[in-house]
Design a protein around this ligand. Structure first.
Ligand code: A2P
Length: 313
Protein backbone atom coordinates (compact mmCIF):
# COMPACT_ATOMS: atom_id res chain seq x y z
CA UNK A 1 0.00 0.00 0.00
CA UNK A 2 1.41 3.41 -0.95
CA UNK A 3 1.22 5.79 1.98
CA UNK A 4 1.58 9.55 1.58
CA UNK A 5 1.12 12.73 3.60
CA UNK A 6 -2.37 13.15 2.11
CA UNK A 7 -3.41 9.51 2.00
CA UNK A 8 -2.21 7.36 4.86
CA UNK A 9 -5.27 5.60 6.24
CA UNK A 10 -5.10 1.84 6.72
CA UNK A 11 -8.19 -0.39 6.98
CA UNK A 12 -9.76 -1.56 10.24
CA UNK A 13 -11.60 -4.89 10.46
CA UNK A 14 -14.98 -3.20 10.96
CA UNK A 15 -14.89 -1.37 7.62
CA UNK A 16 -13.55 1.90 9.01
CA UNK A 17 -9.96 3.11 8.59
CA UNK A 18 -7.28 4.75 10.74
CA UNK A 19 -4.58 7.26 9.75
CA UNK A 20 -1.23 5.53 10.30
CA UNK A 21 0.21 8.50 12.16
CA UNK A 22 -1.51 10.45 14.92
CA UNK A 23 -0.51 13.13 17.39
CA UNK A 24 -0.08 11.88 20.95
CA UNK A 25 -1.39 14.40 23.49
CA UNK A 26 -0.28 13.20 26.92
CA UNK A 27 1.69 15.84 28.77
CA UNK A 28 2.02 16.22 32.52
CA UNK A 29 -1.12 18.30 33.33
CA UNK A 30 0.35 20.48 36.11
CA UNK A 31 3.53 21.58 34.34
CA UNK A 32 2.06 22.03 30.85
CA UNK A 33 0.95 25.61 30.20
CA UNK A 34 -2.73 26.04 29.29
CA UNK A 35 -3.52 26.06 25.56
CA UNK A 36 -0.26 24.30 24.61
CA UNK A 37 -2.22 21.20 23.72
CA UNK A 38 -4.81 23.11 21.66
CA UNK A 39 -2.09 25.01 19.79
CA UNK A 40 -0.23 21.77 19.07
CA UNK A 41 -3.32 20.01 17.73
CA UNK A 42 -4.02 22.98 15.44
CA UNK A 43 -0.42 22.92 14.14
CA UNK A 44 -0.70 19.18 13.63
CA UNK A 45 -3.91 19.51 11.60
CA UNK A 46 -2.35 22.30 9.51
CA UNK A 47 0.66 20.04 8.96
CA UNK A 48 -1.53 17.23 7.65
CA UNK A 49 -2.15 15.02 10.70
CA UNK A 50 -5.70 13.69 10.71
CA UNK A 51 -5.48 11.46 13.76
CA UNK A 52 -5.35 12.70 17.35
CA UNK A 53 -4.83 10.34 20.27
CA UNK A 54 -6.22 11.56 23.58
CA UNK A 55 -7.81 10.41 26.80
CA UNK A 56 -10.08 11.60 29.58
CA UNK A 57 -7.27 10.95 32.05
CA UNK A 58 -4.93 13.39 30.24
CA UNK A 59 -7.13 16.29 31.46
CA UNK A 60 -6.80 18.16 28.17
CA UNK A 61 -9.58 16.68 26.02
CA UNK A 62 -11.36 20.05 26.06
CA UNK A 63 -8.32 21.60 24.35
CA UNK A 64 -8.18 18.82 21.74
CA UNK A 65 -11.88 19.32 20.99
CA UNK A 66 -11.50 23.09 20.79
CA UNK A 67 -8.65 22.72 18.26
CA UNK A 68 -10.54 20.21 16.10
CA UNK A 69 -13.70 22.33 16.12
CA UNK A 70 -11.74 25.46 15.21
CA UNK A 71 -10.14 23.72 12.22
CA UNK A 72 -13.57 22.46 11.10
CA UNK A 73 -15.06 25.96 11.48
CA UNK A 74 -12.19 27.38 9.38
CA UNK A 75 -13.01 24.91 6.62
CA UNK A 76 -9.55 23.35 6.91
CA UNK A 77 -11.02 19.87 7.54
CA UNK A 78 -14.39 18.18 7.83
CA UNK A 79 -15.32 16.18 10.91
CA UNK A 80 -15.13 12.96 8.88
CA UNK A 81 -11.50 13.74 7.92
CA UNK A 82 -10.47 13.67 11.57
CA UNK A 83 -9.90 10.51 13.58
CA UNK A 84 -10.05 10.95 17.36
CA UNK A 85 -9.21 8.12 19.73
CA UNK A 86 -10.50 8.39 23.31
CA UNK A 87 -9.91 6.03 26.24
CA UNK A 88 -12.05 4.43 28.93
CA UNK A 89 -10.17 4.79 32.22
CA UNK A 90 -9.81 2.04 34.85
CA UNK A 91 -12.30 3.63 37.27
CA UNK A 92 -15.05 3.31 34.64
CA UNK A 93 -14.97 -0.36 33.67
CA UNK A 94 -18.22 -1.33 35.42
CA UNK A 95 -20.77 -1.65 32.58
CA UNK A 96 -23.09 1.05 33.93
CA UNK A 97 -20.19 3.53 34.04
CA UNK A 98 -19.06 3.00 30.42
CA UNK A 99 -21.56 5.14 28.54
CA UNK A 100 -21.44 8.02 31.06
CA UNK A 101 -17.62 8.00 30.75
CA UNK A 102 -17.82 8.23 26.97
CA UNK A 103 -20.49 10.93 27.22
CA UNK A 104 -18.16 12.92 29.50
CA UNK A 105 -15.42 12.65 26.88
CA UNK A 106 -17.83 13.83 24.17
CA UNK A 107 -18.86 16.73 26.37
CA UNK A 108 -15.22 17.69 26.95
CA UNK A 109 -14.55 17.51 23.22
CA UNK A 110 -17.92 19.01 22.25
CA UNK A 111 -18.16 16.45 19.49
CA UNK A 112 -21.00 14.04 18.65
CA UNK A 113 -18.91 10.91 18.37
CA UNK A 114 -15.39 9.60 18.70
CA UNK A 115 -13.81 7.52 15.96
CA UNK A 116 -12.20 4.99 18.28
CA UNK A 117 -12.82 4.29 21.96
CA UNK A 118 -10.50 1.89 23.73
CA UNK A 119 -10.23 0.25 27.14
CA UNK A 120 -7.09 2.02 28.39
CA UNK A 121 -5.82 -0.76 30.63
CA UNK A 122 -7.12 -4.30 31.31
CA UNK A 123 -7.66 -3.82 35.04
CA UNK A 124 -10.02 -1.81 37.23
CA UNK A 125 -9.59 0.70 40.02
CA UNK A 126 -12.23 1.43 42.63
CA UNK A 127 -15.03 3.29 40.80
CA UNK A 128 -15.51 6.93 41.71
CA UNK A 129 -14.34 10.43 40.93
CA UNK A 130 -10.81 9.79 42.20
CA UNK A 131 -9.03 8.53 39.08
CA UNK A 132 -6.01 7.26 41.04
CA UNK A 133 -7.67 5.82 44.17
CA UNK A 134 -5.33 4.81 47.02
CA UNK A 135 -5.96 3.89 50.64
CA UNK A 136 -4.56 5.80 53.64
CA UNK A 137 -1.28 3.84 53.29
CA UNK A 138 -0.88 4.83 49.66
CA UNK A 139 -1.85 1.39 48.33
CA UNK A 140 -3.82 1.23 45.08
CA UNK A 141 -7.52 0.47 45.51
CA UNK A 142 -8.28 -2.15 42.89
CA UNK A 143 -11.70 -3.33 41.80
CA UNK A 144 -12.96 -6.56 40.31
CA UNK A 145 -13.26 -6.28 36.55
CA UNK A 146 -15.21 -8.26 34.00
CA UNK A 147 -13.71 -7.22 30.69
CA UNK A 148 -16.42 -9.04 28.72
CA UNK A 149 -19.19 -7.10 30.50
CA UNK A 150 -17.28 -3.86 29.88
CA UNK A 151 -16.96 -4.83 26.22
CA UNK A 152 -20.72 -5.41 25.89
CA UNK A 153 -21.35 -1.92 27.29
CA UNK A 154 -18.93 -0.55 24.68
CA UNK A 155 -20.77 -2.42 21.93
CA UNK A 156 -23.97 -0.67 23.07
CA UNK A 157 -22.19 2.70 22.74
CA UNK A 158 -21.27 1.85 19.16
CA UNK A 159 -24.88 0.84 18.43
CA UNK A 160 -25.98 4.19 19.90
CA UNK A 161 -23.68 6.03 17.44
CA UNK A 162 -21.38 7.50 20.09
CA UNK A 163 -18.30 5.73 18.69
CA UNK A 164 -17.38 4.34 15.28
CA UNK A 165 -14.82 1.68 16.24
CA UNK A 166 -13.92 -0.18 19.44
CA UNK A 167 -10.47 -1.22 20.61
CA UNK A 168 -8.27 -1.94 23.59
CA UNK A 169 -4.94 -0.91 25.02
CA UNK A 170 -2.24 -2.67 27.03
CA UNK A 171 -3.89 -6.05 26.37
CA UNK A 172 -1.78 -9.20 26.09
CA UNK A 173 -2.86 -12.08 23.85
CA UNK A 174 -4.79 -13.81 26.67
CA UNK A 175 -6.81 -10.69 27.42
CA UNK A 176 -7.49 -10.25 23.70
CA UNK A 177 -8.62 -13.87 23.48
CA UNK A 178 -11.03 -13.28 26.35
CA UNK A 179 -12.85 -10.73 24.19
CA UNK A 180 -12.41 -12.57 20.87
CA UNK A 181 -13.83 -15.78 22.38
CA UNK A 182 -16.69 -14.09 24.20
CA UNK A 183 -19.98 -15.87 23.40
CA UNK A 184 -22.22 -13.55 21.37
CA UNK A 185 -19.40 -11.14 20.48
CA UNK A 186 -20.90 -8.43 18.28
CA UNK A 187 -17.86 -6.28 17.45
CA UNK A 188 -14.24 -7.43 17.48
CA UNK A 189 -11.59 -5.06 18.86
CA UNK A 190 -10.10 -3.32 15.81
CA UNK A 191 -6.90 -2.20 17.52
CA UNK A 192 -4.62 -2.74 20.50
CA UNK A 193 -2.57 0.26 21.65
CA UNK A 194 0.68 -0.84 23.28
CA UNK A 195 4.25 0.38 23.73
CA UNK A 196 6.13 -0.37 20.51
CA UNK A 197 9.43 0.86 19.02
CA UNK A 198 12.80 -0.64 17.96
CA UNK A 199 13.78 -1.48 21.56
CA UNK A 200 10.39 -3.13 22.21
CA UNK A 201 9.20 -4.47 18.88
CA UNK A 202 6.40 -6.75 20.20
CA UNK A 203 7.08 -9.60 17.71
CA UNK A 204 4.69 -12.15 19.28
CA UNK A 205 1.83 -9.75 19.97
CA UNK A 206 2.19 -8.25 16.49
CA UNK A 207 1.89 -11.70 14.92
CA UNK A 208 -1.13 -12.57 17.06
CA UNK A 209 -2.83 -9.29 16.22
CA UNK A 210 -2.11 -9.59 12.51
CA UNK A 211 -3.67 -13.07 12.56
CA UNK A 212 -6.83 -11.62 14.13
CA UNK A 213 -6.98 -8.48 11.98
CA UNK A 214 -6.21 -6.23 14.95
CA UNK A 215 -4.10 -3.16 14.20
CA UNK A 216 -1.29 -2.38 16.64
CA UNK A 217 -1.08 1.28 17.63
CA UNK A 218 2.36 2.14 19.02
CA UNK A 219 2.47 4.43 22.02
CA UNK A 220 5.77 5.92 23.16
CA UNK A 221 7.09 5.28 19.62
CA UNK A 222 10.01 7.67 20.25
CA UNK A 223 10.94 6.16 23.59
CA UNK A 224 8.98 8.57 25.83
CA UNK A 225 9.96 11.88 27.43
CA UNK A 226 12.07 9.95 30.02
CA UNK A 227 10.26 11.45 33.01
CA UNK A 228 11.59 9.24 35.84
CA UNK A 229 8.27 9.47 37.73
CA UNK A 230 6.72 7.01 35.23
CA UNK A 231 9.46 5.96 32.81
CA UNK A 232 12.03 3.19 33.31
CA UNK A 233 15.06 5.34 32.53
CA UNK A 234 17.47 2.43 32.94
CA UNK A 235 16.62 1.60 29.31
CA UNK A 236 19.02 3.66 27.15
CA UNK A 237 17.51 6.55 25.15
CA UNK A 238 16.14 5.17 21.89
CA UNK A 239 16.98 8.28 19.87
CA UNK A 240 20.68 7.97 20.80
CA UNK A 241 21.02 4.48 19.33
CA UNK A 242 24.20 4.35 17.17
CA UNK A 243 22.75 2.11 14.44
CA UNK A 244 19.60 4.22 14.11
CA UNK A 245 21.80 7.31 13.88
CA UNK A 246 23.78 5.71 11.06
CA UNK A 247 20.53 5.01 9.20
CA UNK A 248 19.46 8.62 9.81
CA UNK A 249 22.64 9.83 8.12
CA UNK A 250 22.09 7.47 5.18
CA UNK A 251 18.54 8.74 4.55
CA UNK A 252 19.15 12.33 5.69
CA UNK A 253 16.46 11.88 8.34
CA UNK A 254 16.38 12.35 12.11
CA UNK A 255 16.36 9.29 14.37
CA UNK A 256 12.77 10.17 15.33
CA UNK A 257 11.80 9.90 11.66
CA UNK A 258 13.74 6.64 11.34
CA UNK A 259 11.93 4.93 14.24
CA UNK A 260 8.50 6.17 13.13
CA UNK A 261 9.13 5.00 9.57
CA UNK A 262 10.17 1.56 10.85
CA UNK A 263 6.77 1.05 12.51
CA UNK A 264 4.58 2.43 9.72
CA UNK A 265 6.49 0.38 7.14
CA UNK A 266 5.38 -2.78 9.00
CA UNK A 267 1.77 -1.60 9.32
CA UNK A 268 2.00 -0.34 12.90
CA UNK A 269 0.22 2.96 13.61
CA UNK A 270 2.37 5.53 15.46
CA UNK A 271 1.20 8.31 17.79
CA UNK A 272 4.31 10.37 18.65
CA UNK A 273 3.62 13.06 21.22
CA UNK A 274 5.04 16.48 20.57
CA UNK A 275 3.96 19.93 21.68
CA UNK A 276 6.84 21.54 19.78
CA UNK A 277 5.88 23.00 16.37
CA UNK A 278 9.12 21.97 14.63
CA UNK A 279 9.04 18.43 15.98
CA UNK A 280 5.32 18.03 15.18
CA UNK A 281 6.23 18.81 11.55
CA UNK A 282 9.40 16.69 11.61
CA UNK A 283 7.54 13.61 12.84
CA UNK A 284 5.11 13.80 9.92
CA UNK A 285 7.84 13.72 7.23
CA UNK A 286 8.08 9.93 7.09
CA UNK A 287 6.38 9.14 3.79
CA UNK A 288 9.19 10.08 1.39
CA UNK A 289 11.68 7.30 2.11
CA UNK A 290 11.67 3.58 2.87
CA UNK A 291 13.96 0.91 4.27
CA UNK A 292 15.15 -2.18 2.47
CA UNK A 293 13.94 -5.52 3.83
CA UNK A 294 17.39 -6.10 5.27
CA UNK A 295 17.35 -2.76 7.08
CA UNK A 296 13.91 -3.57 8.52
CA UNK A 297 15.39 -6.83 9.89
CA UNK A 298 18.42 -4.98 11.26
CA UNK A 299 16.13 -2.54 13.10
CA UNK A 300 14.01 -5.42 14.43
CA UNK A 301 17.21 -6.97 15.77
CA UNK A 302 17.64 -3.99 18.11
CA UNK A 303 14.73 -5.35 20.20
CA UNK A 304 15.68 -5.49 23.89
CA UNK A 305 12.30 -6.72 25.16
CA UNK A 306 12.36 -4.04 27.83
CA UNK A 307 9.64 -1.46 28.33
CA UNK A 308 10.04 2.20 29.09
CA UNK A 309 6.48 2.27 30.45
CA UNK A 310 6.15 -0.46 33.08
CA UNK A 311 2.66 0.54 34.30
CA UNK A 312 3.53 -0.34 37.89
CA UNK A 313 0.01 -0.18 39.28
P1 A2P B 1 8.23 17.61 22.78
O1 A2P B 1 6.76 17.53 23.11
O2 A2P B 1 8.91 18.74 23.47
O3 A2P B 1 8.51 17.57 21.30
P2 A2P B 1 6.80 9.50 22.81
O4 A2P B 1 5.83 9.86 21.74
O5 A2P B 1 7.64 8.31 22.50
O6 A2P B 1 6.15 9.37 24.15
O7 A2P B 1 7.86 10.70 22.93
C1 A2P B 1 7.46 11.95 23.36
C2 A2P B 1 8.68 12.74 23.79
O8 A2P B 1 9.59 12.90 22.69
C3 A2P B 1 8.34 14.12 24.26
O9 A2P B 1 9.20 14.44 25.33
C4 A2P B 1 8.59 14.99 23.04
O10 A2P B 1 8.94 16.30 23.42
C5 A2P B 1 9.79 14.29 22.41
N1 A2P B 1 9.81 14.38 20.94
C6 A2P B 1 8.78 14.44 20.09
N2 A2P B 1 9.20 14.49 18.82
C7 A2P B 1 10.55 14.47 18.87
C8 A2P B 1 11.56 14.51 17.87
N3 A2P B 1 11.26 14.58 16.59
N4 A2P B 1 12.85 14.48 18.29
C9 A2P B 1 13.17 14.42 19.60
N5 A2P B 1 12.25 14.37 20.58
C10 A2P B 1 10.95 14.40 20.22
Amino acid sequence: MHLSTVNHRIPLSDGNSIPIIGLGTYSEPISTPKATCATSVKIAIDTGYRHIDGAYIYQNEHEVGEAIREKIAQGKVRREDIFYCGKLWATHLDPERVRPALEKTLKNLQLDYVDLYIIEIPMAFKPGDDVYPRDENGKWLYHKSDLCATWEALEACKDAGLVKSLGVSNFNHRQLELILDKPGLKYKPVSNQVECHPYFTQPKLLKFCQKHDIVIVAYSPLGTCRDPSWVNVSVPPLLKDPFLNTLGKKYNKTVAQIVLRFNIQRGVVVIPKSFNPERIKENFQIFDFSFTEEEMKDIEALNKNIRYVELLM
